[in-house]
Design a binder for this molecule. Structure first.
Ligand code: TXA
Ligand code: MG
Length: 312
């Protein structure tokens, strides 16, 4: 773990106060963070990422109390926030989509004009320090150009955005984007799978939830586009025997490789290594990226979700 005290955050806070964008480490992936109340700051995020303006951003806050300034939390949402956003939770990477509190000051550009808001409390000491010092909401999508692989190290961010001020918090511990759950009225919909699994959520709420359909037209989940997270090279899933020209990413003892997502077949470890190996494979002198089969249960669903959107 990084020594918190060696960081002087003041320059980063000044940049945020000036309405500019910084690279911010979180527990999941690095984000491109800026003041969520400023249309100009948010517009810079969209421009940097070449992100379509219909795809809303996650708003990062320091704690549940701050989140409640901007969103209406029903009983389910409160229960999830209390459980997954409590400090020192290991599986905390949950984004909760709730009805927006009108006129609470978030840029409508950040929310892509929707009447719901996606809120998340990142579980990373530096991100929390920045949120405490900045004392405002930060819009932060993953720090990758739209549709490219998500960044799990400061170097990934630097390679994509050489001019950007980046707060280097080391490699992200979870390595895959937060789970997204929609909570409105009696509706509970899993919009994006992640380290927090459907079963984890069902256990906390003691009820079943539905999974969003993955198509390009769903209004509920504007960012769940079919094509996403794509490396530059062709990506092939479920490869048991790689071809000679392949950069092969293995999994478990049955599908070994120099790049093995998890030698013991641990899905959480595999999720943590996924984007790092994809970045590495994408820069190797190989024709395509081939990935071993990943079991489609629990965290494996999050891995296969990202892979199937990146596969050609
Ligand atoms: O782990 C994460 O969530 C990372 C880190 C940086 O926090 N952020 C991240 O942001 O993955 P991004 O922009 O790459 O993905 C945000 C997703 C998009 O699919 C977007 O459509 C969805 O959240 N989203 C945002 N607001 C929404 C809303 N009101 N309703 C439904 N989906 C929403
Ligand atoms: Mg993203």
């Amino acid at each position: 773990m990084m020594q918190k005290t060696i960081f002087n955050l003041d320059p980063m806070i000044s940049i945020l106060n000036a309405g500019k964008v910084i690279g911010l480490p979180t527990d999941t992936v690095y984000g491109l963070a800026a003041d969520a109340r400023s249309d100009c700051a948010v517009a810079e995020i969209y421009a940097l990422k070449s992100r379509p303006s219909f795809n809303p951003l996650i708003i990062h806050v320091h704690d549940l109390q701050k989140a409640q300034l901007y969103g209406h939390f029903n009983e389910d949402a409160l229960r999830l926030a209390h459980y997954f956003w409590a400090p020192a939770k290991t599986a905390s990477a949950l984004t909760i989509v709730v009805p927006y509190k009108n006129a609470s000051g978030i840029s409508s550009l950040a929310m892509a004009g929707l009447d719901t808001i996606a809120l998340r409390v990142p579980n990373h000491p530096l991100a929390l320090d920045v949120l405490a010092k900045f004392d405002g909401p930060l819009a932060a999508p993953s720090a990758n150009p739209s549709n490219y692989l998500s960044p799990t190290t400061a170097n990934h961010v630097r390679a994509a955005f050489p001019e950007l001020p980046i707060l280097d918090g080391g490699a992200c511990t979870l390595g895959i984007e937060s789970t997204i759950i929609w909570c409105q009225d009696n509706n509970l919909v899993l919009l994006r799978p992640g380290i927090v699994t459907q079963q984890d959520i069902e256990q906390v709420l003691e009820k079943t939830i539905t999974k969003a359909k993955t198509d390009n037209t769903s209004i509920r989940s504007p960012g769940a586009l079919k094509k996403h997270y794509a490396p530059k090279k062709p990506l092939i899933m479920n490869v048991k025997t790689p071809l000679p020209g392949d950069a092969y990413i293995g999994f478990g003892p049955d599908y070994p490789s120099a790049m093995n997502l998890s030698e013991t077949g641990d899905l959480k470890e595999a999720a943590g290594n996924l984007f790092r190996y994809l970045h590495t494979a994408d820069t190797q002198n190989k024709q395509r990226i081939a990935i071993a089969p990943i079991p489609d249960s629990g965290i494996g669903q999050a891995i296969n979700d990202r892979l199937s959107r990146g596969a050609k």
